[in-house]
Design a protein around this ligand. Structure first.
Ligand SMILES: NC(=O)c1ccc[n+]([C@@H]2O[C@H](COP(=O)([O-])OP(=O)(O)OC[C@H]3O[C@@H](n4cnc5c(N)ncnc54)[C@H](O)[C@@H]3O)[C@@H](O)[C@H]2O)c1
Length: 270
């Protein structure tokens, strides 16, 4: 169902790799709600992924951008402004990469070179994108920027490894930049802390199956799906949430504030 919540709004969606990606489903929802979109992903991912299929579906150009490159980010923002004929309204940062996790390195023995890359792609990239937008005055008054995060930024989930630190940094950048962009142009910056979700990035976490079942049992509403997350993102891009900024918003069926549930106790008593 469409409510035209994003009618007249324009924005960039980073991170649609395949049909399971939160960004993919969000792009479709934003389009259904009337938004004009540009899709972006790392050049290497676009060869692997099927982004052109999505581009046809949501009538969006695809502009490659490795978010760890200043040059790529500047180029993307310039091209986006050319395409939209000026400034735009929203950005979805749906990007994560744990290099040590990928290389199978345990948290206690990480390679610091890889770690710099992890933090750069997964967190500092939000700063880079916001800084490029501010420099070029690319975002409209009351624009909205969302980055996706996970509760391992607040509590230990051992196998989430270095990504926990990257997410803590990401959330901090959203707050800090949110302050400056808010004062300067009423642009709001928030993170959404999503339930575990079966995607390429999600399934990269060791023991993901056990993990997603545990979260399901520990959430009064159950795990939030990617489609639920896309709906929440639409609402955060809409004017209905215009006074929300600098927040880490838990979108997890209540997991974050639950100590224990009946089903988990039952399981422990077996
Ligand atoms: N899946 C989960 O369980 C879950 C839970 C909470 C938060 N998140 C977060 O949601 C976001 C989206 O992940 P997803 O689960 O949809 O998985 P996904 O694998 O579909 O998306 C991750 C995206 O990051 C992109 N990316 C990686 N390196 C990049 C680079 N250098 N430049 C540009 N893009 C790059 C990938 O190409 C991919 O499209 C991530 O930030 C992830 O950490 C996921």
């Amino acid at each position: 169902m469409s409510y035209n919540l994003l009618k007249g709004k324009k924005g960039i969606i980073f991170g649609a790799l395949d049909e399971k990606s939160i960004a993919w489903i969000s792009a479709i929802r934003c389009f259904e709600e009337g938004a004009e979109i540009i899709l972006s992903n790392a050049p290497v991912a676009m060869r692997m992924g099927e982004i052109n299929k999505l581009a046809g579906q949501v009538n969006a150009p695809v502009i490659p951008c490795d978010v760890s490159s200043n040059e790529d980010v500047e180029n993307l923002i310039t091209k986006a402004m050319e395409h939209f004929g000026g400034s735009f309204d929203f950005i979805l940062h749906s990007i994560g990469m744990g290099v040590n996790v990928r290389k199978g390195k345990h948290y206690t023995e990480i390679d610091y070179g890889f770690n710099v890359k992890t933090n750069d792609i997964s967190a500092v990239s939000l700063h880079r994108v916001l800084a490029a937008c501010m420099k070029k005055d690319a975002l409209n008054e009351w624009g909205s920027v969302i980055a996706l995060t996970y509760i391992a930024a607040q509590r230990v989930f051992p196998d989430y490894s270095e990504m926990a630190d990257a997410k803590a940094l990401l959330e901090s950048i959203a707050r800090s930049f949110g302050y400056h962009y808010g004062v300067k142009k009423h642009v709001r910056v928030n993170t959404i802390s999503q339930s575990p979700t079966r995607t390429t990035a999600g399934s990269g976490v060791k023991g993901f199956d056990g993990f997603i079942h545990y979260a399901e049992k520990m959430s009064p509403l159950g795990n939030a799906s990617a489609a639920d997350c896309a709906n929440y993102i639409v609402s955060m891009f809409s004017d209905l949430t215009k006074m929300v900024t600098m927040q880490n918003l838990f979108h997890d069926g209540g997991f974050s504030f639950t100590g224990v549930t009946g089903p988990v106790i039952e399981q422990m008593e077996k």
